[in-house]
Design a protein around this ligand. Structure first.
Ligand code: URA
Length: 274
């Protein structure tokens, strides 16, 4: 339909009304049915607009859950990590970046130092031998990997010379460069407790280089409003599997469980005592 030009039509209507007036007309009447139809169509269009508005509110605001919101933001951050080019030597070496996995609303977050060979291949943290032990620890706490969040300070596997096997520790510089990504993850996930797995992860998180894990483990410190606790790295336990070491790590996990007000059974209390 052609658009009404109000500027042009107004003088014509006045002219028409003047003509009617000059002919003796004093009132204009519209058939009742037409008025009703007009009112109904105005009401209908108002209702439609309201229902359009409410359905758009439903889809764009009311239906998005807190988990979906954090997921969306984590996905944006993940994309940034995937495109990160800061450490050229790591970019050249990596198969892929390893962002993190688990429940984005978890109150418990585990942080390791960096992906190893298996993690670099699979794109998921802690999936190698150390990861299998971490999974056992999480299960012993009565949880599953899907209920916690797992990430590393470094998102790329530290490079090693060609032909060599194994993994190397990330350097303080590499960790400082990558730390903003982990801090953003922590801000979005907002865990109550963060467990630093090993001295290097603790150093990366706190910037306190040269600490002794035996001196800092088992003590909660404030970390941007969360409780940070360090424990031995699962790979340390794999190489030093004494009952005493297992019990130390388990006592750290019991401390985490009570900080999170999780139920602790008698059986759980007594793990690794004998
Ligand atoms: N060690 C880590 O610190 N992180 C991993 O993801 C795997 C092994």
């Amino acid at each position: 339909m052609e658009k009404i030009n109000h500027g042009k039509i107004k003088p014509l209507i006045y002219k028409y009304l003047e003509i009617l007036q000059s002919l003796g007309y004093t009132h204009l009447s519209f058939p009742r049915t037409l008025k009703k139809e007009t009112e109904q169509s105005i009401e209908a269009s108002k209702t439609n607009k309201l229902s359009d508005l409410s359905s758009s509110l439903n889809t764009s605001y009311q239906k998005i859950t807190p988990k979906e919101k954090v997921d969306q933001e984590l996905n944006l951050l993940k994309k940034k990590v995937e495109n990160c080019q800061y450490c050229q030597h790591l970019v050249a070496f990596r198969t892929q970046t390893v962002f993190g996995s688990g429940n984005p609303l978890s109150k418990l977050m585990f942080v390791g130092e960096a992906p190893g060979a298996e993690e670099d291949q699979q794109g998921e943290p802690f999936v190698g031998p150390a990861g299998q032990l971490l999974t056992k620890m999480i299960k012993a706490m009565g949880l599953s990997r899907d209920q916690v969040y797992i990430a590393n300070v470094l998102k790329c596997r530290p490079d090693i010379p060609k032909g060599q096997k194994g993994n190397r520790k990330p350097t303080p510089e590499e960790m400082a460069t990558c730390l903003p990504y982990l801090l953003s993850q922590i801000r979005l996930i907002n865990p109550k407790v963060i467990v630093a797995l090993g001295a290097t992860a603790y150093e990366g998180l706190t910037g306190k280089i040269g600490i002794k894990i035996s001196e800092v483990r088992g003590k909660f410190i404030d970390f941007n409003g969360a409780f940070l606790i360090a424990t031995y790295h699962p790979s340390y336990l794999l190489h030093n599997p004494s009952l005493a070491n297992k019990r130390k790590v388990w006592e750290d996990m019991l401390a985490v469980m009570s900080k999170l007000q999780m139920p602790i059974s008698e059986k759980q209390k007594n793990y690794f005592l004998s």
